[in-house]
Design a protein around this ligand. Structure first.
Ligand SMILES: NC(=O)c1ccc[n+]([C@@H]2O[C@H](COP(=O)([O-])OP(=O)(O)OC[C@H]3O[C@@H](n4cnc5c(N)ncnc54)[C@H](O)[C@@H]3O)[C@@H](O)[C@H]2O)c1
Length: 393
């Protein structure tokens, strides 16, 4: 059978645009033609498009018109308008994490440290509603680019849950590293929050996804998150923080640590950590305790390959693994980092769904639950960890 041809349009030309482009080279379910890319920064756009031989569009409307699937690889504050615009034109849309959020009131005085978290929750959920409504009125679909859902370890756990009929009783997990470089990441008005949303969304999405899977497998409907108790801290911004130069310290008004305790509708639980406080490379893992099995998913690092060198000079031209401070000594060198993270798997699955209507594992319902949980989490953190109900749309 001839593979269906689908045209991809990439919005953004930074870090995410690059790994979307790379992952598109590994889509085999459909034949991908990249229509081109658009981003607000002309210079950055041409440094992305030129070496890849892509067309650089002058405006988003033309890119959307010329594409079947739009990739939203722009800062979180821009996700809603781009997603809504693409859906209006009946295009599918692959949107990076976090789905959307609350980015302040646009005033000069807005500070992520002091605004009312109830207001943040209300606005974030209004944004989610607008995106879900746009999807309802469109023949296009929202594909939430949460790579953890498609990481091979998480998809294998999906199979275990479906085939064993297990009940997940407790999950714990984490996404942490030594901090994000991006200056926009450190400002609430661009990022919609700190570690809880920027990093916590990954293990949280995996945890909620697996409860959705369990519910659908056992009762035909997803088990959704019900309440959250959360704490946040800004450790590197404390006057007492002893800066030794290894951790990033460029955050303006966001937290660099978050702890989330989530209770699901069936009373089972998940404990998740997210931080910018961890040395030794990216620390991404989730452990799933069920009534008939226990699984540990090591996404980063994992010991698929380990390499030792007495002097890191030998590895000066080698990419070893994301964000380790040194290549000297033993490294959990990753033979294919994107593979373990699920980047190529998510892209292939999205194009399979777009071409043949396959079920979207990481869909708008999951994206909505994640944002509802995180912003309820910010309300809880404002109340020093009081349990807060999660609004499910
Ligand atoms: N899944 C992951 O592992 C992962 C990793 C990194 C980033 N991300 C996500 O990807 C998104 C982009 O992050 P990034 O690191 O690529 O940022 P970046 O700053 O490297 O690039 C952002 C790009 O968006 C463009 N842009 C900004 N506003 C725009 C607008 N209104 N219209 C069109 N283009 C616009 C900029 O010109 C820039 O090219 C974020 O949502 C981030 O959370 C996901």
């Amino acid at each position: 059978m001839e593979k269906k041809v689908l045209k991809a349009g990439i919005v953004g030309s930074g870090f995410a645009a690059k790994f979307h482009y790379d992952a598109l080279q590994q889509v085999f379910s459909a034949r991908v033609e990249i229509a081109g890319a658009y981003s607000v920064t002309n210079e950055k756009l041409s440094s992305f498009t030129k070496p890849r031989g892509l067309e650089a569009f002058n405006n988003m409307e033309d890119l959307v018109e010329n594409s079947d699937i739009i990739h939203v690889c722009t800062p979180p504050v821009t996700h809603e308008p781009i997603v809504v615009e693409a859906l209006k034109q009946n295009k599918h849309v692959i949107v990076e994490k976090p789905f959307t959020g609350y980015f302040g009131d646009g005033s000069e005085e807005f500070s992520g440290d002091t605004f009312s978290r109830e207001k943040g929750l209300e606005h974030a959920m209004q944004s989610v509603s607008r995106m879900l409504n746009a999807e309802k009125q469109s023949t296009g679909r929202i594909m939430y680019a949460e790579n953890w859902v498609y990481a091979p370890a998480i998809q294998k756990e999906r199979e275990l849950l479906q085939k064993t009929g297990a009940q997940i009783i407790w999950m714990h997990g984490e996404e942490s590293h030594s901090g994000s470089h991006s200056l926009t990441y450190g400002q609430w008005k661009f990022s919609g929050g700190g570690s809880m949303i920027g990093k916590g969304c990954h293990p949280l999405s995996a945890a909620i996804y697996l409860k959705h899977v369990e519910g659908r497998a056992r009762n035909g409907s997803a088990i959704r998150p019900k309440t959250i108790s959360a704490r946040t801290h800004a450790i590197t911004r404390m006057p007492t923080f002893k800066d030794e130069g290894y951790l990033r310290t460029t955050y303006k008004d966001i937290e660099d640590f978050a702890m989330l305790h989530v209770v699901f509708e069936d009373g089972t639980i998940a404990d998740l950590f997210a931080s910018e406080l961890v040395l030794g490379g990216v620390h991404n893992w989730i452990e799933v305790n069920t009534t008939n099995h226990r699984t540990i998913c090591n996404i980063h690092p994992n010991n698929a390959m380990q390499s030792y060198t007495p002097n890191q000079e030998h590895f000066k031209d080698v990419y070893v693994v994301e964000k380790t401070e040194t290549k000297q000594g033993w490294s959990s060198i990753s033979p294919d980092e994107g593979w373990f993270a699920g980047y190529q798997h998510e892209m292939d699955a999205f194009y399979r769904s777009a071409a043949y209507g396959d079920y979207i594992e990481s869909n708008s319902s999951l994206a909505s639950d994640v944002i509802a949980t995180i912003y309820a989490g910010y309300v809880s953190a404002e109340k020093k960890g009081t349990e807060v109900n999660i609004t499910i749309l």
